[in-house]
Design a protein. Structure first.
Length: 314
């Protein structure tokens, strides 16, 4: 399966990339970066580091450093650390892995060269995808599937993680996210409704370090910082593997319960970044929803199977 991984590394982004690196069925075509867990220089440097560390050959392509809403948000250093990867030591990176050009152009060129074949896994702000769509709206017809980590729809009592209404990747660029949901490509949203079932606790991380070797130990070290945030601020005993679950969906959609319907994003005001889905059965009589395509959101997951599969694969 051909994949573009759009990312803001990020500790859970690193978990997802390690997963992708271990899956023979995945043909990773490119790693596109976006501002989010750190600024664009840092997320791009981190992507180059992880590419090298995980033995990947796919190029890194630098993406957007500014979002479409024009609002600069503080870097979430309490969550991902000053360097975006939990303040681990990062050696000098091999810049030869960086492809010239922009992420949005790479997305356009790759979809045009592989019509109907490419799955985009987007686990950061949706800015690169929205820029690509603005530049070439026809690409919506060319993607096989767009699987995003983002949003919170209130299932399982899950609310946002930036505000009670909004999740980080959507809050980071609500304008871009709303444009992604309006386009006629098949979107699947893996949001907090399901990612908060993927808790990597101390024992799980210790097992990764013991069984996976150097890269397992690296994930464990990164997670020390991440765990402080989850323990102290969210009251969770472990870290949440948000982004790796978007990869799980691509591999094992049968482990997820989903709902269909158009999705909109609140783009200003107190609830900015809130994601709302109108169930497909209720769209009739609502022209402002009916004009949008039905997309899928995940509302339940077999978390035991997902956590076991991750550990066995990496
Ligand atoms: C999302 O926000 C980022 O901090 C994580 O990497 C993940 O993609 C979770 O809300
Ligand atoms: Ca991310």
């Amino acid at each position: 399966m051909k994949v573009i991984f759009d990312t803001d590394p990020g500790i859970d982004d690193a978990m997802a990339l390690l997963y992708l690196s271990k899956l023979p069925e995945i043909d990773l075509l490119g790693i596109t970066t976006v501002v989010g867990n750190a600024n664009i220089e840092t997320t791009t440097r981190n992507a180059l580091f992880l590419r090298q560390q995980f033995g990947l050959t796919a190029p890194v392509i630098r993406g957007a450093g500014e979002t479409l809403d024009g609002v600069v948000k503080p870097e979430p250093v309490a969550v991902h650390g000053d360097n975006g990867l939990g303040n681990i030591d990062i050696p000098a990176v091999d810049e030869s892995g960086l492809l010239a050009g922009t992420a949005s152009q790479f997305i356009i060129d790759t979809l045009r060269a592989n019509p109907g074949e490419v799955t985009i896994i987007a686990v950061g702000r949706m800015t690169n995808l929205a820029l690509a769509l603005r530049q070439d709206p026809e690409i919506a017809k060319l993607a096989r599937q767009v699987v995003i980590m983002g949003g919170a729809f209130g299932y399982q009592g899950r609310s946002g993680n930036i505000t009670p209404a909004s999740e980080a990747n959507i809050h980071g660029d609500p304008v871009a996210a709303d444009e992604i949901f309006a386009a006629a490509w098949p979107v699947v949203v893996v949001g907090l409704d399901v990612t908060h079932d993927i808790i990597l606790d101390t024992d799980y991380l210790a097992a990764l370090a013991a069984e996976v070797g150097e890269n397992g130990e690296l994930l464990r070290q990164m997670s020390d910082h991440y765990a402080e945030f989850y323990n102290n601020v969210m009251g969770i005993a472990g870290v949440v593997g948000h982004d790796l679950l978007a990869v799980t969906y691509v591999l094992k959609p049968e482990w997820f319960e989903t709902r269909d319907g158009p999705i909109r994003v609140v783009c200003d005001g107190i609830a900015v970044g809130q994601t709302i889905q109108m169930p497909a059965s209720r769209v009739g009589g609502h022209p402002d929803w009916a004009e949008r395509p039905a997309q899928k959101i995940c509302i339940g997951v077999n978390s035991t199977a997902a956590l076991d599969h991750y550990r066995q694969t990496v």
